[in-house]
Design a protein around this ligand. Sequence first.
Ligand code: HPA
Length: 269
Amino acid sequence: MYEKVKQTADYIKDRIAVLPETGIILGTGLGGLISQVSEQTVFKYSDIPNFPVSTVEGHEGKLIFGKLSSKNIVAMQGRFHYYEGYSPYQVTFPVRVMKELGIKRLFVSNASGGMNPAYGIGTLMVISDHINLMPNPLTGPNDERFGVRFPDMSKPYDNELINLAFKVAGRNSITLEKGVYVGTTGPTFETPAEYRFFRIIGGDAVGMSTVPEVIVARHAGIPVFGISIITDLGVENKIVEVTHEDVQREGAKAEIKMTAIISEMLSEL
Ligand code: HPA
């Protein structure tokens, strides 16, 4: 696997002017960030050797290099979800490539269902910790070139980046919450009993992404910042039918705030 990662990174290195320092996985609500990226070099996933190809509606598959807030970044427009049928290895392959390209930190965003009764639709939740209920992407033989066999997970999300997010949000009069993200395989949304269960075990929000990428980033020693848009509620008496379109619509509404936070955080790094 290391050879494949290296081959992909070498292909990209030959075609970009500067190496990125920050990786960004653009989930729901961050797509608009791309319009702020200057000096873009864009790769379609389908053109990148060894890259999986994105299929899910509302997620385009492009890897974009350029400058955001005058920092060198690489952004994934479209991510790979386990529920699409990709293996945990494929889901996290781009993170390994970004590591090989030299990123010093990873930003991730997603949409999720809120179990914390204090949350409403549109709440922005900075991820302080997660509970992994998906297959672990590090299962299988360990290659020490990526990281150790038994990676520490005591600091899954970087405290300095979390503090920076709150500082930037305060300055922009944006309210942020902080909470625990439960990662499930999907593709089903939760039953009422499942939302209740995820609340009881310590979750504030639940979604179908992010955790595999974060595990692989932490394995590689990359500090991570994660932020989630609450697009629907898994709170007793507030549970209503939810569709992919609801998630996309509510995610889009939060886009201005989300992009402001990420671009201002970058300018302070
Ligand atoms: N559950 C799981 N994933 C989600 C949800 C949810 O309620 N909302 C957005 N992604």
